[in-house]
Design a protein around this ligand. Structure first.
Ligand SMILES: Nc1ncnc2c1ncn2[C@@H]1O[C@H](COP(=O)(O)OP(=O)(O)OP(=O)(O)O)[C@@H](O)[C@H]1O
Ligand SMILES: [Mg+2]
Length: 324
């Protein structure tokens, strides 16, 4: 749990602290991240203008590699200025709406007669969704997909298009089983995205840490945990007035910066290990001592300790009040 919250954190992390051009594609008919980045008024306007993921998938279905997705993008999302400026970071959004569910049914009807088995129908739809999403490549530095709770065709298509997938979970007693079955399901479908679980809504309870250790030992770690914090709940709410990062995130600022850093390191580690596997030159990701120190287990342990420390720091800032 926490897909929309982690999408929000990554979007602001990359855009504010990494200076990246970010596109968010909301693949969830609940439209939580659409509302988080556009607010109700802009979201309603986008919907009535046909700027949403459902319309995009239906329109592109016949020619999924040549679609101009700019027709479905809402520019200048978010409600935060870059630190110390009156300029907004580059965050665009392809919003979602309840129509996305109808779109999925529509895509199924359209494909149902063209393939002999249901499995092939699903695969074809997922490929088309993936192709449509891939057309955003090159136009943005980072494309973030906020997935729905169940594994819809849009979610599977999104996963097929992705290079990396962060899988947030609450470390409760069901988490290990849920993550294991999701990973197994993904492996069976020949999906190439690199996967990493991320513990979210972590409390100081010992049982939380046992669950996290079991999952991280088996499936890897980003090197940090996201604590349960009211400031993150507040930050999910869109403010009509554009805010400074301090006003918007309060004590959650440090978590957004840490998640951005940890995600970058993970991506670099994955790229470095692939380069080694292929036996290629390693000029982009140096294998010298600087590299080893930067991404060693010690470094990750330190990140992990820092995130636990910041968990305590955050508790010591009760004076913060959300103002949006
Ligand atoms: N680290 C956190 N601390 C406190 N509250 C959190 C945290 N992460 C998520 N929440 C809250 O938990 C609820 C669910 O989170 P979120 O909407 O991010 O999950 P989701 O996986 O997107 O859910 P859905 O499956 O409905 O799309 C929200 O009210 C959110 O504010
Ligand atoms: Mg959500």
């Amino acid at each position: 749990m926490g897909k929309t919250t982690i999408t929000m954190m990554l979007a602001y992390g990359f855009a504010l602290y990494g200076n990246k051009k970010v596109l968010i594609i909301d693949l969830d008919a609940q439209a939580s991240s659409s509302l988080c980045f556009l607010g109700a008024e802009r979201w309603l306007k986008a919907k009535s203008d046909g700027r949403h993921a459902g319309d995009m998938f239906i329109n592109a279905f016949g020619d999924d590699k040549n679609i101009d997705i700019s027709n479905f993008i809402v520019k200048d999302g978010g409600d935060v200025y870059l630190s110390g400026t009156q300029t907004k970071p580059h965050i665009d959004v392809i919003p979602s709406s309840s129509e996305l569910d109808d779109t999925e049914r529509g895509m199924l009807y359209m494909m149902s007669n063209s393939k002999p088995t249901l499995e092939e129908v699903f695969f074809e739809i997922e490929q088309k969704v993936a192709n449509i999403i891939r057309t955003a490549k090159g136009k943005y530095d980072v494309v973030l997909l906020d997935c729905p709770p169940g594994l819809s065709c849009a979610a599977w298509g999104g996963l097929r298009s992705a290079d990396y997938a962060v899988i947030p979970y609450t470390p409760d007693p069901t988490a290990e089983d849920n993550i294991r079955s999701l990973m197994r399901n993904i492996a069976l479908r020949d999906i190439e995205a690199k996967l990493c679980p991320l513990a979210n809504r972590v409390t100081n309870s010992g049982s939380n840490q046992l669950v996290i250790s079991a999952i991280e030992d088996e499936f890897g770690s980003l090197g940090l945990q996201i604590p349960s914090k009211q400031a993150l709940v507040n930050a999910n709410q869109y403010s009509e007035e554009t805010l400074s990062p301090y006003m918007k995130f309060g004590p959650a600022r440090v978590l957004i910066e840490n998640l951005h850093e940890a995600t970058l390191h993970w991506i670099q580690r994955v790229a470095a290990s692939e380069t080694v596997e292929k036996g290629e030159e390693t000029s982009d990701y140096p294998q010298n001592s600087t590299y080893n120190e930067a991404y060693s287990d010690d470094y990750l342990d330190e990140q992990y300790d820092n995130s636990l420390e910041s968990l305590h720091d955050l508790d010591e800032e009760p004076s913060y009040e959300y103002n949006g």
